[in-house]
Design a protein around this ligand. Structure first.
Ligand code: BG6
Ligand code: MG
Length: 217
């Protein structure tokens, strides 16, 4: 039975996925090429440096390590500027109601994010107290789709993988959850997130009861 819910951050709890995209797209355009929304799907859930490598490959651009690190740091500065105004009001609809219900049911809550900015964003949202564990990009050596992020979260909560449900908006994140032996609920487009066990459009009007029935069918 369900003992823990593990949440991705960007694109699941708050729509920072759009800021990551804006910042990467701006960088790509400065390098002379565009970054489409379809191309951006393969960046979701992927670490900063790996994302940069994918983007440079898409643009057919080869750069040395120093220049790449410079670009990644500029992208992050831009991203943080875009995030600076985030307030608790930007928590996506229904997320807090759902988490409160999960807590009341005695089910643990964990964060599993590739982002090194995850704690900062949660701070902006006043959401740090919701989490029994926080696994972010500073703690992992292998990013999604590797299962490490979620495996670490479950281990910290002392919950077996089979008793965890992961909420993810990224293809790589869904893959990571499945590879960890957990159930994956995609949050977003069912065509993009076809590998998920179930897909929901968001948490608005989504209850723990809905989650249970998703996995009874
Ligand atoms: C993930 C995002 O949550 O974090 C990716 O989906 C991002 O787009 C990754 O690249 C790393 O984030 P950060 O904030 O450490 O650059
Ligand atoms: Mg995400």
């Amino acid at each position: 039975s369900l003992q823990a819910c593990l949440f991705d951050l960007d694109g699941v709890i708050v729509d920072t996925a759009k800021y990551h995209y804006l910042a990467w797209r701006h960088m790509a355009q400065q390098l002379g090429f565009d970054l489409s929304e379809t191309q951006n799907e393969q960046l979701k859930g992927i670490s900063r440096m790996e994302s940069l490598d994918i983007i440079l490959r898409l643009g057919g651009v080869v750069l040395d390590q120093d220049t790449k690190e410079q670009l990644a740091s500029e992208k992050n500065q831009h991203y943080l500027e875009l995030c600076a105004q985030i307030t608790p009001q930007e928590v996506l609809p229904g997320v807090l109601d759902f988490m409160n219900e999960v807590r009341r049911a005695g089910i643990k809550i964990g964060l599993g994010s590739a982002s090194k900015n995850a704690r900062l964003i949660l701070q902006h949202l006043d959401m740090l107290p919701y989490f029994d564990t926080i696994v972010d990009g500073t703690l992992i050596s292998r990013g999604k789709p590797d299962p490490q992020t979620f495996a670490l979260g479950a281990a910290d909560l002392r919950v077996p993988a089979a008793a965890c449900v992961v909420f993810e908006d990224a293809v790589a994140g869904v893959e990571a959850a499945r590879a960890a032996g957990m159930k994956a609920v995609g949050v977003g487009d069912p065509e993009v997130l076809a590998a998920a066990d179930r897909v929901i459009p968001g948490f608005k009007d989504f209850s723990l009861h809905d989650l249970m029935t998703l996995f009874q069918k």
